[in-house]
Design a protein around this ligand. Structure first.
Ligand SMILES: [Zn+2]
Length: 448
């Protein structure tokens, strides 16, 4: 195909597509699997802001777009199959799974049964008016305590269902273990504020589709520091996206994971750029540790060690992971749990068993860090330097904002200096040690 031919088709098609999209967002109304083993068309397709690429492999990739995508793909001679039809042929797997309403009942039942550590919080509503729930798991769950905050979000792609089921199972498991006085789980729950969102896209999961009820791809809907959509605002975003953004802004999350399906791998920042992210070695360490305990992930023949940098795999824009890390220093990885996005329900226990150790361990990893508390009315900036034990020299880790008198950061093991300047003009500093893989996990806070 001659390039100019592709170009003119692209131009015309974009005009057509724009008739269907309100604001040039990633609308995932039609879905294809494109066979393109040489990735001949990949760059061209990635450059179309209205199209969404996912799950790139040596065989090809998934391609999503607004109404008219299939017709256009035929016109430019892409070799593809219709994913929508394929998923329908997979529909025997739909049976057995709870609906969103049933998930809601399960969560309420769990909260009623374990009120001493579970507290259900709705952070907003989906397009179709369904509540968007986080389960908070902590001692005194209705009180905001000075404890590091970690979160899991699953099922932001409605048709990637394994994560939703694993989250509900994990909540129940933590509650049962806590009640049975499992010392490890007690230590975790007593010293951590854990937030778990089984489904960010309840409309999508009920409709067995990737996008939300307006066909918006939620994992392309976040602000992106590498594009023109680089302001952290709520304009033109899906209600599900806005709800998560507002909740994030109201909390102090500093470690999180985001669960998907379609491959088996831990994908770490950045997704949007080939630049090395801050605390790269720590990110790789966290990712490796997750993958290492999941059979079939660590010994993957496709991804060395079961992990990949997002951008090295395939770049995306508007993803939640990069938004979270860039704007909130909330270190987030994207965990792909299953090759089949919607496996038979009978396979769920197997996925839970494979991931359970890593799911719990990742939550514990928040305690490899340090923070401080200061008068609640104070906000300001903290500069964190790592101090070399040999030379006593300092290396800048980063400068971060804190608010409401509380700050916490996940760090590599070592000795650190926290230098704080408050908005009211006070300067103070302290040194603190972060231990590797702390077994005695208590919030490592310095009270100022
Ligand atoms: Zn996904």
């Amino acid at each position: 195909m001659r390039p100019c031919f592709i170009k003119s088709f692209t131009f015309i098609s974009l005009l057509i597509f724009n008739l269907f999209t309100a604001h040039g967002k990633s609308i995932v109304f039609e879905s294809l699997y494109v066979f393109d083993s040489d990735h001949n068309h990949l760059k061209m397709l990635q450059n179309q802001s209205d199209l969404t690429i996912d799950q790139v492999s040596k065989y090809g990739y998934e391609l999503y777009g607004p109404k008219g995508l299939t017709k256009w793909a035929k016109q430019i001679n892409l070799n593809f199959i219709d994913l929508g039809q394929l998923e329908n042929s997979n529909s025997k797997n739909f049976s057995g799974y709870p609906t969103t309403a049933e998930i809601e009942s399960q969560l309420k039942r769990l909260q009623d049964k374990y009120p001493e550590i579970l507290h259900l919080i709705s952070i907003g509503k989906s397009v179709d008016g369904k509540e968007l729930y986080f389960m908070k798991i902590s001692d005194n769950p209705e009180i905001d305590e000075v404890e590091p905050e970690v979160k899991y979000i699953a099922n932001m792609h409605g048709n990637e269902i394994v994560g939703r089921e694993l989250m509900v199972k994990l909540i129940e498991d933590l509650a049962i273990s806590y009640t049975n006085a499992d010392q490890r789980i007690r230590q975790l729950v007593d010293n951590t504020e854990i937030y778990i969102m089984p489904t960010m896209n309840p409309d999508g999961s009920d409709k067995k589709r990737r996008g939300n009820s307006r066909w918006v791809d939620l994992n392309r809907d976040f602000p992106d520091f590498t594009t023109t959509d680089n302001q952290n605002n709520y304009n033109n975003r899906a209600p599900e996206t806005v709800a998560v953004m507002k909740f994030q802004d109201s909390r102090n999350f500093c470690l999180s994971a985001n669960f998907h399906g379609g491959a088996v791998v831990v994908n770490y920042p950045w997704d949007t750029t080939g630049d090395t992210p801050p605390l790269h070695d720590l990110i790789v360490d966290l990712s490796k540790e997750y993958a290492s305990q999941v059979p079939g992930m660590y010994n993957s023949t496709r991804f060395a060690g079961g992990i990949t940098n997002g951008y090295d795999w395939y770049h995306i824009n508007g993803g939640m992971q990069d938004w979270s890390y860039n704007w909130y220093d909330d270190l987030q990885v994207t965990i792909e749990l299953s090759d089949n996005k919607w496996p038979s329900y009978s396979e769920i226990p197997k996925f839970y068993t494979s991931n359970k150790a890593s799911l719990i361990r990742y939550l514990e990893r928040i305690h490899q860090g340090a923070g401080f508390t200061i008068s609640k009315s104070l906000s300001g900036e903290v500069t964190i330097n790592k101090i070399s034990s040999q030379s006593n020299s300092k290396t800048l880790v980063g400068r971060y904002h804190f608010r409401n008198g509380e700050y916490y950061k996940v760090l590599e093991a070592g000795l650190y200096e926290f230098a704080i300047s408050t908005t009211s003009g006070n300067d103070l500093s302290f040194n603190t040690t972060v231990k590797k893989d702390t077994t005695s996990i208590r919030g490592n806070y310095t009270r100022l």
